[in-house]
Design a protein around this ligand. Structure first.
Ligand SMILES: Nc1ncnc2c1ncn2[C@@H]1O[C@H](COP(=O)(O)OP(=O)(O)OP(=O)(O)O)[C@@H](O)[C@H]1O
Length: 125
């Protein structure tokens, strides 16, 4: 199973993203919010550094959500019963998603504060 051709590995990766979209409501919500962030970038046209910051934070939110779902799936397969250690692991995974989501909201606010006034002036408000 190792060292498959690049095209095939890309196919697996896209299949993972498709599965995340199909199975996880939070992944769908976060993907839609990433789309909103892209629209804000197109509208506000901030400096390139903001494009980078928004791209990195959005990608991290989506990547951690996929990782969270993948780990939960493996945990539930290996140990379907209730166990305090599983609660600890799942709550920490959820905490990781929350931490990067807070960072993403802060980046979004900072970008709007930095570029909003220029945008409003441009549209005559
Ligand atoms: N097998 C388990 N043993 C102990 N606690 C668990 C187990 N599975 C889930 N929990 C805990 O129950 C709570 C709810 O978990 P659940 O997976 O239903 O919701 P969730 O974390 O919001 O998941 P999702 O992202 O899939 O909606 C969490 O605190 C989680 O840690």
């Amino acid at each position: 199973m190792k060292n498959r051709p690049f095209r095939e590995r890309m196919g697996f990766a896209f299949e993972g993203i498709r599965t995340g979209w199909r199975r996880e409501a939070s992944f769908r919500t976060q993907t839609i919010l990433a789309g909103v962030a892209l629209l804000a970038l197109i509208l506000l046209r901030p400096a390139p550094i903001w494009w980078g910051l928004v791209a990195v934070t959005c990608a991290l939110v989506l990547a951690l959500e996929l990782l969270n779902s993948a780990m939960e799936a493996v945990i539930d397969l290996l140990h379907p019963d209730i166990h305090p250690s599983i609660k600890v692991a799942k709550d920490m995974l959820a905490g990781a998603v929350l931490a990067i989501s807070i960072a993403a909201v802060i980046v979004g606010f900072a970008m709007v504060i930095a570029t909003g006034p220029r945008f409003l002036a441009e549209i005559g408000l």
